[in-house]
Structure formats: C-alpha cells, structure tokens
Ligand binder design. Structure first.
Ligand SMILES: Cc1ncc(COP(=O)(O)O)c(C=O)c1O
Length: 391
C-alpha cells in the first residue's frame, strides 16, 4: 500500500478529471479542493467495480435492505460512539444532513452558534436553512493551537442561539478537542437547551495519540452526529453519508422526511461506504503515515522560510491553516495567486476570524509540497510586515 501511496502522481489525479486539478491552468498549483492525491483503497475500488459490473445504476436501496446500519454502528463503536444501529441513516452528503437538521431538529427561528474558523460550507447550510450565524471564535494560544472558547459560546446562547455547529476535529485548524472541553460545552448546551450538530467527518484522519471524542459520547441527548467515508477514503463523488441519532426522539422526525429531501444517494456510494468502514482500516493506517510525513515536510518548509511560524502542525485533517497576518496583505489568497500561481482558500471563508489566514491541502505529493514552499517563499519575499505602516 505504502508504495502505491507514494508513487501516485498529480498526473494520476488529473486523469480523474474531478474538481481537484481541473479548474486552473497547468502552471497553477491548486491547493484549494479537499481531495487527496492518492489512489483509492483496494477494497473500496473492488466494491465499486463489482457494482459497475452488476450495473447497479438503479435507485438505491434504503437502509434496512443493506448492511449499512450494522456496519456503520460497528465502525462508530470503534471510534468511541456506541449507538443503536436503528438510529443510523444514510443520506447523500454531510452538508445535506446539516441543513436538514437545522431545518427540522432545532428550535425554529433561532440563530445558530458556529465555532470558527470552520469548514466554509457550514455557512452554506445555514443559508439553505435560513438561519443566522453567531460566530464563536476559538481561542488561539501562543503556540498556534486552538481551543473552544466557552465564554464566546455562552454569549451566543445568551443571545438566543439554541444550536451550535461543531467541526470535530476541526477543518481548517486541525484541532482535536479534548474530552474536558466537550464536557464543558455539554454543560453549557444543557443550561440553554441547545442542540449540537457535530460534523465528525475528519475523525479518522488524526496524526496524534489524542483520542477522537465523539460529541455524542459526552452528550447523547443534545447531539446530532454527521459523518461519512468521503474524506478519509477520498470518495465524495460517490454520494453517501451518515446521520446518527443518539437522542431517540429525533428518529421519527427524520423518518417522516421524504426520501427526496435526503438527497441523491448513489448505490455505488452505499457499497463503497460499507467496504471502507468494514475493510478500509489497513489502507487508512498507511494513509495516515504517509500524510503525517507530508504534513511534517510542509510545516518545516513553511516555518523555515524566515518569517517565523506560519503554520502549526494540524493534529487531524490533511489541511494546513497558514497564518499570514504578519504581512501587509489586504487579500492574502489573491496575492499568492498573482505573485506565485498558488491557489489557496481565503481564510475569511472559514469565518470572520479567518481573515489573514489561508487554507491549503497537504494531501499532495512531496514534490508539490516542495514547490508550494518555494511559491510561498517567492510570494512573501517582498511583502512588508503588517506593522510597517503603523505609526
Ligand atoms: C468538515 C467537513 N464536512 C463535510 C465535508 C463535505 O462532506 P460532504 O461532501 O459529504 O457534504 C467536508 C469536505 O471537505 C468537510 O471538510
């Protein structure tokens, strides 16, 4: 496995003709899209090939006619979340689950607390559900690490929020939340009778001995859990995700929603998800090792450019959160694109507190990461520091 992971090239990824490498001219290094430049796990590919051979292109089966529920329940159990298999449902994608949860399981007409910086599509889910965001920025420590800011969250609940969107672990900061912080959040949520919608899609991609603590494991009544195989096994185009209810009262509400509302689930996605959760761990273990090496290389390269610490090694996710606030740049992402042909995600897409940061994808071959460091170096060379114009 390790050999094929390390020999997979950008040209191999380009042949996929998906969003990852198809939107910019060839000389642009695109680090925006969160897809991995890696081959597909053998058992996942085998399951999809088998489904293609059988021409499984009809309407998808619902949960009870497949192994989906027991397989997902067992996989979640391995992550520390014991959940009744009958409380697990399929849907097309994680973000669909977030907007449906906001529309149907959260007190109507209330604003929604959002822990920021966060995955930008959380704001799209709020738009779809017609909810107002109350951003609750995390605290950033001197070493660059992030922690939930419980007083900001309390303020949002006091201002009327009755739900909170949590990205656990965090895209884009890579933070893995410790149990004590999630317990403190649970206590606050209890005081304000708020629901916590937790997106745990990045949980398997951790590079730390710190355990993943599923939010529902500390607060089953208030949690609504979303996850999928799409990030860890690199199959977002196959259209299948998971919503898991640890509060049994949510189940009839979900079941009453028409199938069409839950999105276009694909039969290929169902078999791929089952294969990933059942047989995909050895591949994932090799991926974690390979991504860990790439992360260390990129972090060392960026932090040795001579500008101080630009990035803190993420504990989870293959994303990098680069702090460019020390430079006099009105639009850091645009500058990188124009000065060095580097496409990155603007930090402010992840919440107001992201201004001055950019997000990069580290799941690309080491040669690309070397090129990325060079491009950052070129782009930042002549930029004055942010305080140079002060006074
Ligand atoms: C935190 C998080 N949630 C959800 C998704 C997307 O999941 P889906 O395509 O299933 O909506 C991503 C993709 O990058 C993500 O980072």
């Amino acid at each position: 496995v390790t050999t094929t992971l390390d020999t997979w090239s950008v040209e191999d990824s380009r042949r996929r003709a998906t969003k990852r490498w198809s939107r910019f001219p060839a000389d642009v290094l695109d680090l925006t899209v969160a897809e991995m430049d890696l081959p597909t796990a053998v058992p996942v590919l085998a399951a999809v090939r088998d489904a293609v051979e059988r021409e499984a292109f009809g309407y998808p089966l619902t949960e009870e006619y497949t192994d989906f529920q027991p397989v997902v329940a067992e996989w979640l159990g391995g992550q520390g979340l014991d959940i009744d298999e009958h409380a697990i449902f399929m849907l097309s994608d994680v973000m669909k689950g977030m907007s449906l949860a906001l529309e149907h399981l959260v007190e109507p007409h209330t604003p929604v607390a959002v822990v920021t910086p966060t995955y930008s599509a959380f704001f799209d889910a709020l738009f779809v559900a017609r909810r107002r965001a109350l951003e609750t920025p995390m605290q950033q420590h001197a070493d660059g690490s992030y922690q939930l800011d419980l007083s900001a969250i309390r303020d949002a609940f006091a201002a009327g929020a009755r739900s909170l969107l949590l990205c656990n672990p965090s895209n884009p900061t890579g933070a893995v939340y410790p149990r004590v912080d999630l317990e403190a959040l649970a206590e606050l949520a209890g005081q304000f009778t708020a629901r916590i919608i937790t997106d745990e899609v990045h949980a398997p991609l951790r590079f730390t001995s710190k355990p993943h603590v599923p939010y529902a494991a500390v607060d089953p009544d208030r949690a609504i859990t979303l996850t999928s195989a799409s990030k860890s096994w690199n199959i977002p185009g196959l259209r299948c995700a998971v919503i898991a209810f640890s509060n049994p009262a949510d189940i009839p509400v979900w079941q009453a929603l028409p199938g069409g509302a839950k999105g276009g689930i694909s039969p290929l996605g169902i078999v791929a998800t089952i294969a990933a959760f059942q047989k995909g761990e050895p591949w994932l273990a090799a991926v974690r090792q390979s991504l860990g090496r790439r992360r260390d290389l990129a972090v060392a390269g960026l932090n040795n450019l001579g500008h101080g610490r630009l990035i803190t090694a993420p504990e989870a996710t293959y994303l990098g959160w680069v702090d460019l606030r020390r430079f006099e740049l009105a639009d850091a992402a645009n500058h990188l694109r124009l000065a060095a042909g580097l496409a990155v995600t603007p930090g402010e897409e992840h919440g107001a507190v992201g201004r001055g940061f950019v997000r990069i994808n580290l799941a690309t071959p080491e040669t690309q990461l070397g090129d990325m460091v060079d491009r950052f170096g070129r782009a930042l060379q002549a930029v004055p520091p942010a305080d140079s114009l002060a006074g």
